[in-house]
Design a protein around this ligand. Structure first.
Ligand code: PMP
Length: 479
């Protein structure tokens, strides 16, 4: 009976025949009129109230609530957003290179624009098994929040791996983060306030620039050359400005693939010491080395507390895990932990346990070896194709990582080239994405060599070459 009453009223409200603010009969009256127990009517009203369709005003009665806003698709043309939303500055995101490529509906699109490895190499089956094993092994414990610093065995494993790479650290100095992007955000938010100055190398990782801009930081750029960050320029900036943080990727830098020379590493540390500035070292692909000897991480040269080291499982394993970590020593560590806890309580406990199991049984190392082997071949395929099809460009062949940075002939703009390349069926990351607005350069572009098979790399470079011909033969002057 109560469901019948509830259904009848619900239909009236949703169809609009019972308008907003209509007063419903008192439960006692309705019960009497229908010859029912009052409790039956009260139960029906309670259900409608729980669903947000009616409300009671104390001492006055029960009323129909104003109707829900129609769903986005049904919004009328003259729909007015609430006032606080109207004050928001409209922001239309521009299309990413991959969206632009998809829009061309090319039958066989080839993207060299992405920032990670080849998703076809993700160890999906292995990981599936490991997650099952972890749930069977740990049960409920795997599904609780867990330690905000991160799952202790994973921190121990990471400390062990870092130790073997010459970065001695302890599990108590490691904080597991939701990707290294969170590590970046925690550091920037903790150490800097709006208007403070952060020094970056240019070009630099676009996601860091986005973050620093979102936090209203002032970005000071220092160019890099074939040996990485130009230390003399860093010193000039440190002399002139109260720089609060230095953000750098010393190994296989994004986007250029360049490594900071060992002597410059030492000089940078000495400067950070002299000017009392923390260094945020982002080692996002340090393990993807295809030739040459490993250089010491800045953190390995730090006698203590100057460098905060960031890394991630996104590039070497899978980005959707959202597992990264930072290494910090000194009082900053506990502040970072507290801030991490305040931000998102903890990184996914189940995922951390699965990563730990995966690394511990040696699968991670095997995966890494295989990835390095495959990516090395792909890098070589790209270098060969560039030599063959793009004779007019300049590159510094990378010894690791994921990217080749291609400088176009003088006067050409990679942003203008991009739509032509997409029409030809390939995409790249345009250079402007890696510069802050006040030192914008658009003459170069970033190619990912890891994400495509060698034959597809060659085809993509051929397409880029034809787009470049079209562009430099005057297309850009006409349009
Ligand atoms: N640093 C660099 C240099 C990157 O390229 C990326 C990924 N785009 C990140 C940090 C952040 O990656 P994640 O949050 O997935 O670890």
């Amino acid at each position: 009976l109560y469901r019948q009453i509830e259904g009848f009223l619900r239909q009236g409200i949703l169809s609009g025949s019972l308008a907003a603010e209509t007063r419903l009969p008192a439960t006692r009256t309705l019960a009497r009129d229908l010859g029912l127990n009052r409790l039956t009517v009260e139960t029906a009203y309670a259900e409608l109230q729980a669903d947000g369709l009616i409300y009671t005003r104390s001492g006055s009665g029960t009323y129909v609530l104003p109707r829900f806003q129609p769903a986005a698709a049904d919004r009328p043309a003259d729909f007015a957003w609430p006032l606080w939303q109207q004050e928001e500055v409209p922001h239309t995101p521009s299309l990413t290179p991959d969206e632009l490529l998809a829009a061309t509906r090319h039958p066989q699109p080839l993207s060299l624009a992405i920032g990670t490895g080849d998703s076809r190499l993700f160890p999906v089956k292995d990981f599936h098994k490991i997650v099952q094993t972890v749930i069977r092994r740990d049960g409920i414990a795997a599904l609780e929040y867990g330690d905000p610093r991160g799952y202790a065995p994973l921190r121990r494993t990471i400390a062990h791996v870092l130790g073997s790479q010459g970065v001695p650290t302890r599990p108590d100095n490691i904080l597991i983060t939701s990707g290294s992007q969170q590590g970046l955000a925690l550091m920037a938010q903790l150490l800097l306030k709006p208007g403070d100055e952060v020094l970056v190398e240019t070009p630099t990782y676009g996601g860091a620039l986005d973050l620093f801009r979102a936090l209203n930081l002032s970005i000071v750029s220092v160019p890099i050359d074939a040996q990485g960050l130009q230390i003399d320029h860093v010193e000039q900036q440190l002399q002139q400005r109260p720089i609060k943080l230095i953000y750098t990727m010393p190994t296989f830098q994004n986007p250029t693939g360049i490594c900071l020379s060992t002597s410059r590493r030492r000089r940078l540390l000495a400067l950070a010491d002299r000017y009392n500035v923390p260094i945020l070292e982002d080692d996002f692909v340090g393990d993807l080395r295809y030739e040459g000897r490993a250089q010491p991480a800045l953190k390995a040269l730090d006698s203590g507390g100057r460098v905060i080291y960031l890394s991630t499982f996104s590039k070497m394993l899978m980005p959707g895990l959202r597992v990264g970590f930072l290494v910090a020593d000194g009082p900053i560590y506990n502040r970072l932990v507290n801030f991490k806890r305040a931000s998102d309580l903890a990184t996914s406990n189940l995922t951390q346990r699965a990563v730990e199991a995966y690394v511990t049984i040696g699968r991670y190392q095997a995966h890494l070896r295989r990835s390095c082997q495959i990516y090395r071949q792909r890098r070589d395929a790209m270098l060969t194709a560039i030599k063959r099809y793009l004779p007019g460009v300049q590159i510094d062949p990378p010894r690791g990582g994921l990217f080749v940075w291609v400088r176009l002939p003088a006067g050409l703009s990679s942003s203008q080239l991009l739509p032509l390349a997409c029409e030809a069926g390939m995409a790249f990351a345009p250079g402007r994405d890696f510069f802050p607005p006040d030192s914008l350069e658009d003459n170069a572009l970033r190619l990912n060599f890891a994400a495509q098979h060698p034959a597809d790399i060659e085809e993509a470079i051929k397409r880029l070459s034809s787009a470049l011909h079209r562009y430099s033969n005057g297309f850009h002057k006409v349009h």
